[in-house]
Design a protein around this ligand. Sequence first.
Ligand code: MF3
Ligand code: CO
Length: 253
Amino acid sequence: MIIIKTGLAIDYIRESSRIVAETLAMLKLKVTAGVTTEELDKMAEDYILSRGGYPAFKGYPQGSDNPYPATLCCSVNEEVVHGIPGDRKLLEGDIISIDVGVVKNNYFGDGATTIAVGEISEEKKRLMKVTEESLYLGIAQALDNNRVQDISAAVQEHVEKNGFSIVRDLCGHGVGKKLHEAPSIPNFGRKGNGPKLKTGMTLAIEPMVNTGVYQVKTKRDGWTVVTRDGLASAHFEHTILVNENKPEILTVC
Ligand code: MF3
Ligand code: CO
């Protein structure tokens, strides 16, 4: 069942999402060669707590024997998503995808961005640009009476037209009182298919785009997803509210 949000629920998701956006904006200023991903993680956690929120990924999923251990997912170069922060120092030429979730007032917000470390290759620049564009094209489809795969198809078409590939094993999702709610939002599909979208649905749309093949694998830590061919990957994500005319992006500050 896809939950329709109204009133206070939307206000709370908006508030958590704003903290997500503020955290990412703060981190953008901190990403530089020599910083470690665990230093970024600490700054993010301190910031979220100072805003009265709690890091949503930490300890997720509840009751698991390998819960996610950190505030951020920091995925560098060939890492696609769910990279665990550690003592790895960022190097000039890297790209880092940072994903963050916040829960406050029992409602969640979820967002991600990919950031260049200093000067990066033309190919990585294009990968980042196409991935972000595909996110906005997907968001533009999040309209009352459209279908979930209208989002998926818009993302896939833009990515493949530009010679990159879209990850299939991971999807966007509804977001609200839980981090992951129905519907699942694949980044590939056929226009007109999937559940109908309605005003008041809150969705996390999150294309993961690879330079080379779309296939991925998970490392032995049980979390870090990497590209099979070792080529770079980018990830952008917004939490949005479905509307009649124009979706509202909630992960903004
Ligand atoms: N935005 C990602 C997702 O929706 C991050 C999840 S990390 C996890 O899947 F630790 F919470 F799983
Ligand atoms: Co998400």
